[in-house]
Design a protein around this ligand. Structure first.
Ligand code: NAD
Ligand code: MG
Length: 362
């Protein structure tokens, strides 16, 4: 079990990663100032509940906590105002008060939903992340919480840092292969934006990591989370630096949206997006020789590096101009200048973008 700390003054918190973290949960809660005797409200989804809810609940009940739970549908649909309202109703019925805490047991969907519930219940109560997907190494750290609106993803949200992230790597064993690959896309992204030695290590350990060897998995999550922690500690509210976490995301969000979120999941879309960003950087002359290596590492983790079917370049560019991270319809990209280094480029011309989009469909 390894620990990292997100340094945010009085909002600082630990991230514990490793096999068996869940058995330490009562002690970790006490250390985070959430004492036994309090009410805890676990939010989880219909896939995770049958696997890990009983075990988690009984650990906590044995330690003297009063534990309630809500099981939401699996998938992005649960990040809705309707499901949020239902969770709030159940929390009120359970009699949660200002000293109670919400616990998210699941992937990024449950984390974002439970986090937003915690941020707004009685104007904000304690929140704990218990991530169960690989992708959630990204979503559980940093305090962004949100639900979706039919007119936009993550558009109703808040910054609400957890008191603790308890990441039990044993939970990851039951993840479907496609979710594993999608999670690795964001792990690789953390290397590509910040740390070339981590990228090399990921290249060398691709087989062992995909067999879920525990030491390797713990190390990979620790290093990926360290990048996120370093960025968030410097720029909690995304005023500047934090935007680099969006490598591959301007392209990725457009690909996802135009595929109707079915053909490509988020990690897969970001994978193709990171290849696109590397190619664009080469075309703009700010980097050289990086797209081949970017493609190669993603392929090692069974991620797509080309668009799955023909897509209209005008529609992709239109979607990218609308991206909520964009500014006044300009094309804004996080572009690699080398493996492990990126910069933000605003107002990129359309033609090189079109060339990259053509090359991704050949
Ligand atoms: P998810 O939460 O939907 O989980 C993926 C699937 O795996 C679901 O079907 C889930 O039921 C299942 N699952 C979860 N854990 C499992 C386990 N241990 N064994 C078997 N099945 C399991 O999706 P995700 O990929 O974890 O997260 C995606 C969400 O995260 C998106 O909504 C995205 O917006 C959000 N996100 C948020 C941030 C942030 O900073 N807040 C960052 C990145 C992504
Ligand atoms: Mg992402």
């Amino acid at each position: 079990m390894k620990q990292l700390t997100v340094e945010l003054g009085e909002r600082s918190y630990p991230i514990w990663i490793g096999p068996g973290v869940i058995e330490q949960l009562p002690r970790l809660l006490e250390e985070a100032g959430i004492d036994s005797g309090r009410k805890l409200f676990i939010v989880t989804d219909e896939h995770v509940a049958p696997l890990y809810l009983d075990q988690t609940k009984s650990q906590l009940q044995d330690a003297g906590y009063m534990v309630y739970h809500s099981v939401v549908e699996a998938g992005e649909k649960a990040k809705s105002l309707a499901v949020y309202e239902r969770v709030m109703t159940e929390a009120l019925e359970a009699g949660l008060d200002r000293k109670s805490a919400f616990l998210a047991l699941g992937g990024g969907v449950v984390g974002d939903l439970a986090g937003f519930a915690a941020a707004t219940y009685m104007r904000g109560v304690a929140f704990v992340q218990i991530p169960t997907t690989l992708l959630a190494h990204d979503s559980s750290v940093g305090g962004k919480v949100a639900v979706n609106h039919p007119l936009g993803k993550n558009i109703i949200g808040a910054f609400h840092q957890p008191r603790l992230v308890a990441y039990d790597t044993e939970f990851l064993k039951t993840l479907p292969p496609r979710e594993v690959a999608a999670g690795f896309a964001e792990v690789i992204k953390h290397g590509l934006i910040w740390d070339e030695t981590f990228v090399t290590w990921l290249e060398q350990n691709a087989e062992g990591l995909q067999r879920f060897e525990h030491d390797l998995l713990q190390e990979a999550l620790l290093r990926a989370c360290s990048v996120k922690v370093a960025v968030v500690s410097e720029d909690e509210k995304e005023r500047g630096l934090r935007a680099i976490l969006n490598l591959g995301h301007t392209f990725g969000h457009a690909f996802e949206a135009l595929c109707g979120y079915e053909t490509l999941n988020h990690g897969e879309a970001v994978s193709i997006g990171m290849v696109a960003a590397a190619m664009l950087a080469e075309r703009l002359g700010i980097a050289s020789g990086i797209s081949a290596r970017t493609r190669h590492i993603l392929e090692k983790y069974r991620l797509p590096v080309m668009l799955p079917h023909a897509m209209n370049a005008d529609e992709i560019i239109e979607a990218m101009r609308r991206d909520k991270k964009g500014e006044g319809g300009k094309l804004v990209f996080v572009l690699p200048t080398a493996i492990g280094k990126v910069e933000i480029r605003k107002d990129v011309a359309e033609e090189p973008v079109r060339e990259v989009l053509r090359a991704l469909q050949e």
